[in-house]
Design a binder for this molecule. Structure first.
Ligand code: ZN
Length: 414
């Protein structure tokens, strides 16, 4: 234990306390607004559905608080509790080459972590989501997903770790700069490869067949000057009743993906409006801006790691005596979320600004009323609360609350 241990413990306790306090605030606020549908939604949303959204939000909040406390316990177990020190010692006894020991240590850490989180994600899927009628996953799909994720971690994660550890070991003082360049390359490669090679391992993607909808979508794409490699429907209903639409890929590999669940709950005009909103994120350069922010933050993070990895207090302060590159990587990944937590409000504010801009764009190329109707319908289908606590929403919600978004869109129509 040293001064850094105390800074870490205080930040961790502060983060957990804030998370729990916000969650309780949210539950309380939603509960107080449970018996009245906000005026703007009275026509479309029944009191029964409003109750369901409130109960779902409150149930998710309870589970979130359990997650926060478990996260705190696990983080302390791995660091000051000696978990990492033990795991690293276990692999070192085999006396394999340094690189092999490092990679095996990191991968085993990730696998043990996900096994420790397994009961909670099981509960989330088969109790919480099931209870509200959203779950479509079977235990067989749940476990095959897990096995596939582990396999991907080995196939993609092991070579990536090899590059990272190799640079850390032999590229000199500026290894973090080279690692950053390699990481950027990897991110771009994944963005390109994900839609074509990885996503199909988990879901089926079929080209959109509905001719009238397809014509509508293609017309919108050409109006917006957007090129894509196809419009696909994804069998989201294999896992969940929640609906969504998204863009994926970069360069010549861009695709538009609709969840089959979304196509069922919206009409064609509403689907067009949702797509126009998503196109707005591209046209207003949000995708590029987010990439740039991510690039700057990872450069800053890696520079920080480059410095911290040479400091003894960084290791001893977190409960380990083995000053290896692999240990520095794991410690850094564990500790950084505790400190970056305090950046949430800034990231949220940026994201909300983008959502309004995308809504403005959608209003200019399609119909505001259709987008409003689609939003209301999606809020209802997903049992999202219409009455979040304003402070909680400002800190966490990447999208502005329904009331504000609908009011913003309604102003566009007059
Ligand atoms: Zn958006």
């Amino acid at each position: 234990m040293n001064e850094f241990s105390w800074i870490f413990i205080i930040a961790l306790l502060l983060m957990t306390a804030i998370e729990i306090w916000l969650s309780l605030r949210q539950g309380d606020y939603v509960n107080r607004h449970r018996d009245r549908v906000p005026d703007a939604f009275k026509e479309q949303i029944s009191l029964q559905n409003h109750h369901k959204a409130a109960d779902y939000t409150i149930a998710k909040g309870k589970l979130g608080r359990v997650e926060s406390i478990l996260g705190l316990i696990l983080l302390l177990f791995w660091t000051l509790g000696g978990g990492l020190a033990w795991l690293s010692g276990f692999w070192q006894d085999f006396q394999w080459p340094v690189m092999v020991t490092g990679i095996v240590f990191i991968l085993s850490f990730f696998i043990i972590s996900s096994l420790l989180e397994l009961p909670l994600s099981w509960y989330k899927t088969f109790v919480l989501e099931q209870g509200f009628g959203f779950n479509r996953t079977t235990p067989a799909v749940f476990f095959s997903d897990m096995v596939k994720q582990f396999a991907l971690m080995l196939v993609i994660g092991a070579p990536l770790l090899w590059v990272a550890l190799w640079l850390m070991g032999s590229a000199g003082d500026y290894w973090w700069l080279y690692l950053w360049a390699a990481w950027m390359g990897f991110v771009l490669l994944m963005m390109w490869a994900y839609p074509a090679f990885i996503a199909p391992l988990f879901n089926k993607f079929t080209p959109l067949e509905d001719e009238t909808l397809k014509a509508k979508v293609e017309n919108l794409l050409s109006r917006c000057g957007f090129q894509s490699q196809g419009i696909f429907v994804m069998d989201g209903s294999k896992r969940s009743g929640h609906g969504n639409a998204y863009f994926t890929g970069i360069g010549n590999n861009k695709r538009i993906v609709f969840f089959d669940t979304l196509l069922k709950s919206l009409n064609e005009d509403q689907i067009e409006a949702v797509l126009a909103h998503e196109l707005g994120h591209f046209r207003r350069k949000h995708v590029v801006k987010n990439m740039l922010v991510m690039a700057v933050m990872s450069l800053f993070g890696l520079a920080l790691l480059g410095w911290a990895s040479t400091q003894s207090w960084f290791y001893t302060g977190l409960g380990v005596n083995t000053e290896t590159n692999a240990m520095a990587l794991v410690l850094f990944m564990l500790v950084i979320p505790v400190f970056s937590f305090f950046l949430h409000p800034i990231m949220t504010a940026m994201s909300r600004k983008y959502e309004y801009e995308a809504d403005d764009y959608a209003a200019s190329v399609s119909n505001s009323q259709d987008l409003i109707d689609a939003l209301v319908s999606l809020y209802q289908e997903n049992a999202s609360t219409l009455t979040p606590d304003p402070l909680v929403s400002a800190i966490y919600d990447s999208h502005p609350p329904a009331t504000l978004r609908v009011a913003h869109l309604a102003r566009k129509m007059t």
